[in-house]
Design a protein around this ligand. Structure first.
Ligand code: DGT
Ligand code: CA
Ligand code: ZN
Length: 575
């Protein structure tokens, strides 16, 4: 039997259909219906198979029993859909590549396709380079420059992947390999084990009774697009997603040293090897040696012990000071996910979330949290369904109702746009009624550094600002953050008592781990938030924890490790 189409792929098909309908000039509501369906499916915690087999799919608002449900069924059961194929006919496949350029939606693709006969990213790039794009109605020089910059950025991000994409793919591959007979040990190594926000490929290390059979199974993984290398100790494949994956097999005895070696980072390895050398110890991927004599190590912990270092967890192996700490033996006790007692920055259908208030609150309670902070978008965020006063009151009323039925404490909050001058998005009488406010910049990203820094500092000086949201507004692999004087912003947080958010959305993952150490040193609180727009996004917290550990944060540096009582006091004090 063919493997059924994954949900991710289905979401992509639905998005493409929306695009095709738009390019064909179909009516707006039809286009929106497909876009919505894609988002609903994407955000739903269940996989496609479960949704279909339980009949839940038909009950989902936005999918229902009509054409869309039919297409989803076809995709799942037959791996294709006639309607979709019909739509796609007549368009070159390379045209869909344009979709990946930030800021390049269906309308613009339609324009360049019809008026400039652009059929691919290369075509668009050359039209921009020779100035033809700027002359097209609705484009102009400025936009042309921006598109060129975005194409450059896109080319730079080719072959690099966000942590959630890599984690999901590695998880599936690992589950597949674990089913093979004879596996003794198996681990993910490389940058993914170190929790880097962006990774180039997946590294897997295995010890097995029958390495050859494991390499054989590896290259036959159903998601393989092509086999790059097939050897006795190392094989490489390219996955259909475009991601590469290396498999190395070693003996059980070699496993700990090989795992340590292939986890990296290279810079960390080199630095530790230098220390070892001074003690007459040699470490490589095959083992730890004193002179010519092999010293058996049963675990990574033992390797560190032999070299006289405190154990260094994978996330911080970047040679940014961890080795000095480990040598002095006062290594930080890094935060763990179980330390998180509640979360903020949770959206609902009141603004641009896809799940109801009740669903989001229930999922927080099921995760065992003591509190959850609801924060939909504020009134200026028109693009995201920001809340006008009337709808805000309605939401508060609903929260009060829900609070009677849920044990988890629900905090009423808002993700307030930080306006150009640094002020928040509601007048004081409203601001004063929130339990908390996340201040975020969602517009005017192009201010000069000094102005942007001032804007954020002013926002923190506002006593109603509890948290400063996704600090630089970056979108990993697609948009650079805005210019900011980070030192000054951290100082302002210190002076005002505002906490800085560590936004755990895989595209954001900021405060960047490289600045967490500075915030920690200054005693600035960091709060780890899922920025959830769907129930499944509540799991983003796991990535946030990885990044927090990477930034050396301990439990007491993270605001939302407070228990409910302490959190209630903290929120009151801030006002
Ligand atoms: P990536 O793949 O660019 O996201 O980052 P990594 O760190 O996973 O790099 P990768 O896949 O090239 O290699 C995996 C690990 O193997 C790396 O972190 C350290 C180790 N390694 C690879 N090549 C060398 C090397 O030439 N010297 C040393 N010391 N270690 C190496
Ligand atoms: Ca790697
Ligand atoms: Zn936001």
């Amino acid at each position: 039997m063919k493997t059924p189409m994954t949900k991710e792929k289905m979401v992509q098909v639905l998005e493409e259909i929306a695009f095709l309908l738009e390019i064909k000039g179909e009516n707006f509501f039809k286009v929106r219906a497909f876009q919505n369906a894609a988002r609903i499916l994407e955000g739903h915690p269940s996989d496609a198979g479960t949704l279909i087999e339980t009949g839940e799919l038909e009950k989902l608002k936005g999918i229902g029993k009509g054409t869309i449900a039919e297409i989803v069924h076809d995709l799942y059961e037959k791996g294709k859909s006639k309607g979709y194929e019909e739509l796609r006919k007549g368009f070159p496949a390379s045209l869909f590549e344009l979709f990946k350029i930030p800021g390049f939606g269906a309308k613009r693709i339609k324009a360049v396709y019809e008026k400039l006969a652009v059929q691919s990213v290369e075509g668009l790039e050359s039209a921009a380079q020779n100035g033809r794009l700027a002359k097209l109605e609705g484009f102009g020089e400025k936009l042309q420059d921006r598109i060129l910059a975005n194409i450059r950025q896109m080319k730079k991000s080719e072959g690099r992947f966000l942590i959630d994409v890599a984690t999901n793919q590695a998880g599936k591959l690992l589950a597949y390999l674990k089913k093979q007979k004879g596996i003794e040990r198996i681990e993910i190594a490389g940058s993914l084990r170190r929790c880097k926000e962006i990774v180039k490929d997946i590294d897997i290390l295995v010890s097995a009774k029958n390495p050859q059979a494991i390499h054989e199974a590896f290259i036959q993984y159903p998601e393989t697009a092509s086999v790059i290398a097939h050897g006795e100790t190392k094989s490489s494949i390219a996955l259909k997603s475009g991601m590469n994956c290396d498999l190395r097999t070693v003996s059980l005895r070699e496993f700990p040293c090989a795992l340590y070696y292939f986890t990296g980072s290279k810079e960390h390895n080199v630095a530790v090897r230098t220390i070892a050398k001074k003690k007459g110890i040699k470490i490589n991927e095959y083992g730890l040696f004193k002179g010519k004599r092999l010293i058996p190590c049963a675990s990574e912990a033992e390797i560190f012990e032999r070299v006289g270092l405190h154990y260094i967890p994978p996330e911080v192996r970047e040679n940014t000071g961890e080795i000095e700490w480990a040598a002095e033996n006062n290594f930080p006790d890094l935060i763990e996910e179980k330390n998180i007692r509640g979360v903020f920055h949770v959206h609902s259908t009141y603004s641009d979330g896809v799940a109801s208030l009740e669903e989001m609150i229930r999922s927080a309670q099921e995760k065992g949290y003591e509190y959850v902070g609801i924060s939909d978008h504020s009134q200026s965020a028109k693009y995201a369904g920001g809340l006008e006063e009337k709808r805000l009151y309605r939401q508060w009323k609903e929260i009060d109702q829900l609070q009677k039925r849920f044990k988890i404490r629900i905090f009423k909050g808002i993700e307030s746009d930080i306006l150009r001058d640094g002020s928040l998005d509601y007048p004081e009488p409203i601001l004063s009624q929130f339990d908390f406010v996340i201040g975020s910049v969602h517009s005017r990203f192009n201010l000069p550094e000094a102005e942007m820094t001032e804007r954020l500092c002013r926002a923190m000086e506002n006593k109603y600002t509890t948290f400063l949201g996704h600090l630089t507004g970056r979108l990993l692999l697609s948009r650079e953050g805005y210019a900011l004087n980070m030192e000054r912003v951290i100082q302002a947080a210190k002076q005002t008592g505002a906490a800085i958010e560590l936004n755990a959305q895989p595209q954001r993952l900021e405060l960047d781990w490289r600045f967490c150490q500075t915030a920690k040193r200054e005693g600035v609180g960091i709060s780890i938030h899922p920025d959830a727009h769907a129930v499944s996004h509540m799991n983003y917290v796991t990535y946030g924890i990885g990044i927090a550990r990477k930034g050396w944060l301990e439990k007491e540096n993270v605001t939302n490790t407070m228990n409910l009582n302490a959190m209630e006091k903290f929120l009151k004090k801030r006002k």
